[in-house]
Design a protein around this ligand. Sequence first.
Ligand SMILES: *[C@@H]1O[C@H](CO)[C@@H](O)[C@H](O)[C@H]1NC(C)=O
Ligand SMILES: *[C@@H]1O[C@H](CO)[C@@H](O)[C@H](O)[C@H]1NC(C)=O
Ligand SMILES: *[C@@H]1O[C@H](CO)[C@@H](O)[C@H](O)[C@H]1NC(C)=O
Ligand SMILES: *[C@@H]1O[C@H](CO)[C@@H](O)[C@H](O)[C@H]1NC(C)=O
Length: 396
Amino acid sequence: MIMKPIEVIVVIFGVLILNGVECRKGRILNDSILEYSAISCRAHSASIVDYGGVGDGKTLNTQAFKQAVDHLSQYASDGGAQLFVPAGNWLTGSFNLTSHFTLYLHKDAVLLASQDITTWPVVDPLPSYGHGRDAAGGSNVIIQRVTIIAPVTSPNTDGINPDSCTNTRIEDTYIISGDDCIAVKSGWDEYGIKYGMPTKQLIIRRLTCISPYSAAIALGSEMSGGIQDVRAEDITAIHTESAVRIKTGIGRGGYVKDIFVKGMDLHTMKWVFWITGNYGSHADNNYDPNALPEIKGINYRDVVAENVTMAARLEGISGDPFTGICMSNVTIGMAKKAKKYPWTCVDVAGVTSGVVPPPCELLPDQGGEKLEMCKFPSDSLAIDSVELQKCSLTMN
Ligand SMILES: *[C@@H]1O[C@H](CO)[C@@H](O)[C@H](O)[C@H]1NC(C)=O
Ligand SMILES: *[C@@H]1O[C@H](CO)[C@@H](O)[C@H](O)[C@H]1NC(C)=O
Ligand SMILES: *[C@@H]1O[C@H](CO)[C@@H](O)[C@H](O)[C@H]1NC(C)=O
Ligand SMILES: *[C@@H]1O[C@H](CO)[C@@H](O)[C@H](O)[C@H]1NC(C)=O
């Protein structure tokens, strides 16, 4: 697969999704002490400048980053390491992160994607994909306060891809993208089914997304290892194609279930609810046409949207209906040029309460007093109880 230079951000943050890797914010007390919070304080530290990095927006820093990560990886079993990136514009191609490692960006440090395509080599695919789709796997990951900006017309620039991840927390992120702001995945067709590693226990909070041609959050289309227990809260989307979208198809197998979405503030979009059961794009022709995905328990509540073309486009699979769809307390303001009948529902089943405009008959209204329907789980997930330690770092 050919990777466009603008996909830098995908690669960097895709590779960020590794066990024990963190990306976070701290404050510099004075010239020499940096205070930050982290899952674990790192025993060793270095600055990208120590490896010859230059933050002038012109010098290519790929080798400096590679050497720094290579060198610091030796401390993995000795307290871990942190690489500090000072204020500046750091031009780079792709580089890998490592375990027990923190990439620490100064608040005025910008990673700039090199526009030279040769600095973006194709990465070997995961076994769950068969062949090339950008991907990374991990567990116990926290991503906080990350801003990712790609041109809205750039293809395949997903912001963050949690792929076959368990216990992940993505909070306070701001993403402008030409593709999905967050795309949740778990492998592709027969390869993903065989590998069988789901994405589960995923929390997404306070995401702000701009993506005129894609979704704020997509589940799939590569979901063959399963996606379960996703909790998305306080999502703001400004000009996206859809909000929390499910993409799947015949041959995918797997499941998408126990999905909970609460609190969405949406401005300008084509479809607030979009579920697609006929997503094409197969790994190869060996997919099993009898491998049908199981889509059930999809809950949306407390949604306000304005300037919407179509309220919903819900398309299950004939003979494999998508069930347990629940929507409550949803107010959708239609655009001036909106379609006359704002709902399309095929091969789906579920219930609604307090949804405006009135939904299709496959999602019957249970009465306005049931606004509390589509309960958001009140238990907390393991990743929520991870306590961050207060750390300080002396810089030379
Ligand atoms: C930075 O702050 C620390 C802690 O307050 C102090 O010990 C140190 O002397 C300060 N260094 C400078 C250069 O001001
Ligand atoms: C990153 O690691 C992967 C997997 O080990 C490898 O295929 C790839 O070449 C590495 N990329 C870089 C830029 O070092
Ligand atoms: C309905 O949703 C709005 C926000 O969209 C929220 O402020 C309100 O509390 C919700 N009502 C109920 C009964 O949950
Ligand atoms: C409404 O959406 C259309 C695109 O469908 C856009 O051109 C227009 O600017 C939006 N209006 C407002 C008030 O946001």
